[in-house]
Design a protein around this ligand. Structure first.
Ligand code: HEC
Ligand code: HEC
Ligand code: HEC
Ligand code: HEC
Ligand code: HEC
Ligand code: HEC
Ligand code: HEC
Ligand code: HEC
Length: 479
């Protein structure tokens, strides 16, 4: 089908030059219509075509790529010029990011609207990201303008989504999503099929999610694969979900929720593995209270799921409620604008300086962490109340983890991680302790953590005949 379509197009273009007459062929993505397909580019040097029909917002590219055109039309990008003008603060230097220009693509000299201020360049159109299309529309088989999925100052989303008012690129660059762990890249040893890449790299994730590999870095060597870039989470052409996300953030289901699509590996011990390993990104299942932790034989939870309040309907934006929380910082005295955090550090409780601006170093203690994300949804009365709730849960769970670990030491030698094909109570309890000690567990699902750790303590005692607590747990829990 695809080859036939291309063949037909090539023949038509060759026969009719710039005018295509008759419907050469149609599929759901590309349509050829009997009208001129492009106007001469106002910036003839770079070859940016811009709108074909600006009142109807039909991009030149959209003449053929009708599916993408239809979806793009509903994005904020398609209204970027009106937003700028409507702000009442428009100045010449604002325009490059709100129009088709050299920003967002591989062109490096002033081009498009920044060279020729023509109305056909209004809004963030296809060519903003894909680059100039003249060569491609003259011969669709060649010169296909491929976009970049990277976030750098030369190309891609970051060229516009940066700066004091919306430092998405700057914050993202400091986040754990920015670089794939070196260990993962060396684990893959050049093999693009390696399963670790599916969650740890942009190329791997887009491939796993069925996105066509039509971008500049699709053919990169595995060693150069990118981290979880903007275009992994956001669909550049728009989507049915808020914020142009590829998957929703407000559905509490592992198979559907954007964050849980990656944050779900090994939430339960892998009984088949030859080495006992702790949890690996268990946050999704933990938040939902489903398929998580080692369930001791004696453990009879009241329901088959133990959901903490953060995994309930009350927290509509699930993970993003805490981890993608934007806030503005203003000067306490003058009220002047200081900083806008986009929430793209992905940190629930970021370290902030005295003014409240997130710091580059993120190793501070709890008092210097910002808990305002916990209050925006109206759940906690104030940041201090949230900090206290967090600290209390953290301490209770830490005490239970310590109890589990000291009981494991009292278990007969060889019971823990003996890996003779037998999964022991000590192994299970050890897994639960590792789950309990993750800093987020006390927020993701403290109820589950406490119950499963108490049950682990009981199971260790019963299994190995340990009568007294190894250490005193000063908690009002029935042990
Ligand atoms: C005259 C019709 C036409 C116009 C106008 C057009 N394209 Fe295409 N485009 C095609 C066809 C046909 C293909 C498939 C060619 C192939 O696979 O060899 C294609 C392929 C592509 C591809 C590669 C991905 C794929 O689906 O095969 C990209 C990216 C692309 N076009 C972007 C653009 C952009 C951006 C513009 C506007 C600057 C544009 N196109 C304008 C017809 C067109
Ligand atoms: C040429 C500059 C430019 C480039 C390149 C660009 N954007 Fe944008 N983007 C904007 C502007 C300007 C707006 C605001 C439009 C408005 O509100 O009218 C915007 C809005 C958005 C929004 C919607 C925000 C909202 O408030 O609804 C998302 C999501 C977005 N961009 C994501 C991306 C992603 C992902 C990329 C890269 C694949 C990208 N953008 C590339 C300029 C750009
Ligand atoms: C570096 C690129 C860039 C420049 C320069 C720029 N903008 Fe934007 N503008 C953006 C992006 C990206 C967004 C979308 C931000 C978001 O969704 O948070 C945006 C959004 C907006 C919005 C929508 C409301 C908001 O803040 O989200 C207004 C209004 C706006 N810009 C006005 C302006 C004005 C006025 C200027 C010049 C003083 C300007 N922009 C300069 C990139 C830019
Ligand atoms: C905000 C940046 C951005 C804008 C605006 C944009 N694209 Fe894309 N486009 C991308 C990126 C990044 C990819 C590769 C990732 C993907 O396919 O989701 C892509 C992929 C494509 C592809 C190949 C895969 C597919 O979906 O068929 C085509 C064709 C395409 N774009 C055409 C267009 C057209 C036509 C428009 C305008 C109506 C447009 N794009 C607007 C960034 C953008
Ligand atoms: C289902 C998705 C998924 C798969 C598959 C996956 N990981 Fe991960 N991995 C994650 C997520 C999400 C995190 C971050 C979780 C966290 O910090 O709790 C992570 C964290 C890690 C870390 C810790 C990173 C750091 O900087 O501390 C390492 C190392 C790691 N993974 C290695 C691997 C290796 C090796 C493989 C393949 C054998 C792999 N992962 C497969 C999702 C996955
Ligand atoms: C790990 C996933 C992820 C990555 C990576 C990511 N974002 Fe986001 N982004 C989100 C989520 C989640 C939201 C919040 C959407 C909501 O609340 O509706 C968001 C919101 C936004 C918004 C505001 C949308 C709106 O409707 O207000 C913009 C603009 C944006 N992101 C741009 C970017 C850019 C640019 C990058 C790369 C530098 C990027 N994002 C990387 C997940 C991501
Ligand atoms: C495509 C897979 C993928 C998606 C989607 C994804 N993540 Fe991640 N995330 C990862 C990986 C992989 C890491 C670990 C990176 C590393 O350390 O090497 C990570 C790291 C993190 C971290 C830092 C953990 C730490 O130990 O510092 C947080 C927080 C996080 N992600 C939250 C989110 C949230 C919230 C969402 C949804 C908005 C999300 N992630 C979506 C793969 C993903
Ligand atoms: C109610 C707020 C909240 C929600 C909802 C939430 N988190 Fe967290 N998360 C936290 C806090 C607080 C931490 C501890 C942060 C720290 O120590 O820096 C954390 C830590 C993390 C970490 C670091 C590793 C760990 O487990 O401690 C990752 C990764 C993470 N969260 C991902 C997610 C994902 C994915 C979701 C959704 C399934 C989610 N979070 C939901 C508040 C939340």
């Amino acid at each position: 089908m695809k080859l036939h379509r291309i063949g037909a197009l090539r023949a038509t273009v060759a026969a009719l030059g710039l005018m295509i007459v008759g419907t050469a062929c149609t599929d759901e993505k590309i349509v050829f219509q009997d009208r001129e397909l492009f106007n001469p580019p106002p910036d003839s040097i770079a070859g940016f075509l811009g709108y074909f029909d600006e009142t109807e917002k039909v991009t030149t590219c959209g003449n053929c790529h009708v599916g993408v055109q239809a979806s793009w039309e509903n994005t904020a990008h398609a209204d970027a010029w009106a937003t700028l003008e409507g702000s009442g603060h428009s100045q010449v230097f604002c325009e490059g990011c709100h129009t088709v220009s050299e920003l967002g693509n591989f062109v490096s000299e002033a081009a498009g609207h920044n060279l020729v201020s023509d109305t056909s360049y209004f809004d963030v159109q296809c060519e903003s990201c894909h680059g100039p299309g003249l060569a491609h529309v003259e011969n669709p088989d060649a010169g296909q303008p491929l976009p970049s999925i990277l976030v750098d100052s030369l190309n891609g989303c970051g060229e516009c989504h940066s700066g004091t008012h919306h430092p998405f690129a700057e914050e993202w660059s400091q986040s754990a999503h920015a670089e794939p762990a070196g260990f993962v890249i060396s684990h893959a040893a050049g093999d693009p099929e390696d399963e670790c890449l599916n969650c740890h790299t942009a190329q791997g994730a887009l491939d796993a999610w069925g996105v066509e590999p039509e971008f500049l870095e699709a053919t990169a060597a595995v060693d150069d694969y990118a981290g979880i870039t903007c275009a992994v989470c956001h669909d550049p052409h728009g989507s049915a979900f808020e914020g142009q996300l590829r998957y929703p953030i407000d559905v509490p289901e592992q198979a559907t929720n954007l964050c849980m699509k990656c944050h779900y590996k090994r939430a339960q011990p892998d009984l088949e593995s030859s080495t006992l390993r702790g949890p690996h990104s268990p946050e999704g299942p933990l938040l939902l209270g489903e398929s998580v932790g080692w369930i001791p034989p004696s453990f009879e939870p009241l329901a088959d799921r133990i959901v903490g309040s953060h995994g309930s309907e009350g927290n509509e934006r699930t993970c993003a409620a805490c981890h993608v929380s934007s806030f503005e910082v203003n000067d306490d005295e003058t009220g002047d604008f200081l900083f806008n955090s986009t929430g793209h550090l992905f940190l629930a409780i970021p370290c902030v300086d005295a003014q409240g601006i997130p710091t580059t170093d993120q190793t501070c203690n709890l008092p210097d962490r910002q808990f305002s994300g916990c209050t925006t949804s109206g759940c906690h009365l104030g940041a201090d109340a949230a900090r206290t709730a967090y600290t209390t849960a953290l301490n209770r769970i830490a005490a239970l983890v310590a109890e589990v670990d000291s009981l494991i030491l009292l278990a007969p030698a060889g019971e823990r991680d003996s890996r003779d094909g037998v999964f022991t109570v000590a192994d299970g309890a050890w897994f639960n302790a590792r789950l309990g000690e993750l800093p987020g567990t006390s927020t993701h699902n403290p109820f589950f953590a406490e119950q499963v750790l108490v049950a682990s303590i009981k199971a260790l005692r019963a299994e190995y005949g340990l009568s007294a607590p190894a250490t005193r747990v000063s908690l009002d829990l029935e042990l």
